[in-house]
Design a protein around this ligand. Structure first.
Ligand SMILES: [Zn+2]
Length: 269
């Protein structure tokens, strides 16, 4: 049994999905061992899917996750990598939560987790009503992390929230849109990208933060000709350049970015 003392939260990134699909990231050197009950394995480059139940290699969800690498790479103008992503699928939620409780007790309530070490990318999830959203989200983290070093955590989550949406919906994450609409109507919420960029750690991200992170990504990718602001920024990050902040680049293109985002969200309602 692996104890909490073996966790070193500084080299591995761990992402956990919240009920609404939001995630939280921490860093640790700890990589959990493969669950003993996982006797089944499907290899579909770059995914290696381990499970405690028989999963057909041609399952529709696997096909979707494989093709998502191309979708994400094309949308973000990234060169796909072949770095393997291990996906550990539990047949039921109890087995999954028992496993996560034991190894990551601080994140026992998460529906799925993404773990990054210096040498591996792994996703843990269970087969249930939300498995498609969860896997699209977490595997997107894997594709992003394999292509871009040092992706700002808030943007990492915003991108995953965009790519978790089923194909054909143009990245419209309806729960986030509804949340921000209600927040704007009831509390006068206004976007503030600088606030996101100044968040101290992924663990501090709230539902509002995830929703706004998604909103900025959707705004850049799905409204007019702004996508290059984001894709150029990601390309600079990929090359290890000092990319600065995304808000600085947006401000060079738009006089009042927050107002433009608010109008974009209004147009989606
Ligand atoms: Zn996430």
């Amino acid at each position: 049994m692996v104890g909490l003392m073996q966790l070193h939260f500084h080299l591995i990134r761990l992402s956990m999905c919240l009920a609404l699909g939001g995630c939280q990231s921490i860093h640790t050197t700890y990589a959990p061992a493969k669950p003993a009950s996982f006797v089944h394995q499907v290899e579909r480059d770059p995914l290696i899917i381990h499970s405690d139940f028989l999963l057909p290699s041609e399952h529709r969800l696997i096909e979707e996750l494989i093709s998502q690498r191309g979708v994400l790479s094309e949308k973000l103008k990234l060169t796909p990598t072949n770095e393997p992503i291990h996906v550990y699928l539990f047949s039921d939620d109890k087995a999954y939560h028992d496993y996560v409780n034991q190894r990551f007790p601080n994140f026992a309530n998460r529906r799925a987790i993404f773990v990054e070490t210096d040498i591996s990318l792994s996703v843990y999830a269970h087969w249930g009503d939300h498995v498609a959203v969860d896997l699209r989200h977490e595997v997107s983290h894997g594709y992003l992390h394999s292509a871009i070093p040092n992706l700002p955590f808030w943007l990492d989550e915003g991108l995953a929230e965009y790519f978790e949406v089923a194909r054909g919906q143009h990245g419209v994450n309806q729960p986030h849109l509804d949340y921000l609409a209600a927040k704007a109507d009831l509390e006068g919420w206004k976007p503030d990208i600088s606030r996101l960029e100044q968040l101290p750690a992924a663990e501090t991200m709230t539902q509002e933060d995830y929703a706004e992170a998604w909103a900025w990504v959707h705004f850049l990718l799905e409204s007019g000709d702004k996508a290059a602001i984001l894709t150029d920024y990601l390309n600079d990050l990929r090359q290890g350049d000092d990319a600065g902040t995304l808000s600085t680049r947006i401000s060079k293109r738009l006089a009042v970015p927050e107002l433009a985002l608010a109008e974009h969200l209004q147009s989606l309602r």
